[in-house]
Design a protein. Sequence first.
Length: 323
Amino acid sequence: MKLKTFIQQNRQDWQELEQMITTFNKSRSKPSNQKIEKFDRLYQKTAQNLSYSQTFFPDSEVTIHLNQLVSHAHNIIYQTENSSWKQLKDFLLEKFIGLFLEQWRAVLVATLLFVAGGLVGFIIVSQNPLHLDVLLPGTLANILSPDDLASNVQADVVDGATMSVMIMTNNIQVAILAFAGGITFGILTVYVMIYNGLLVGALAGLFWHSGSSYVFWAYIVPHGVIELLAIFIAGGAGLLMGYKLLVPGELKRSVQLKYYAMRSVQLLLGTIPLFIIAGVIEGFITPADLSLETKYIVAFITLIGFIGYLLYGRIRQLKRATV
């Protein structure tokens, strides 16, 4: 079905739903059962139209309009029965996952930028550890002295707690900057992702040069998997906002900014639980007297857990769409 035909066949239902949303928002009295049933029918049909549009016309302005329409209708249907906890649950288990899956391309681009920076940092420092002083902030470079590593003072006993706290603090700052960078048409976001990938790559190169890579990653990946995922999502949110400002399409930049800024904020808010989980792991697992293998297993579990979380949320969405 062509986009024009799709719009013509369903436009009247969308307009009726939009009118009812406006009426319900203005009216303080309880609507009749007949109106509620009609509203629910239009909502379900529009939700199905949205699913179809996301599949066949993902970059169309119609998809954006239907997403807003379904979102507003959903809020009206459930506003009287949703407690704050239920709203939080719905956001974390459906809304956030839906946004993540819709914007996975932007998240992937942010990931690739980070990886590219990491590879450059790794190559530079692994070939000459003295380059570390140029790439890393002074405080971190002093703690991780190449001379100490070369003499094996820190090769087997890494100050995991200090290093992890510093990296986690840096990563939270990175996530916020990566998101906020979207307002600069994504330029700052690109810089933040590449530069911080460069820092992680430089650290990896330093420990690789000293023969301590296995130890280094054992103190990073248990909480790092979740932290980096959160950073990539925040970076994707910033890139998405920047792209829509740079290429607004048929809509005005102000309209695109308002719409995608809201979506990006929701993506950023969804990363908060990820940072909390990472912080718990960092506080109890990273400094614990556990074997390095155990710490790698924890990292693997966090990755599988995140994938399972996405799958569960997607299944919930599909079930709700078919109701």
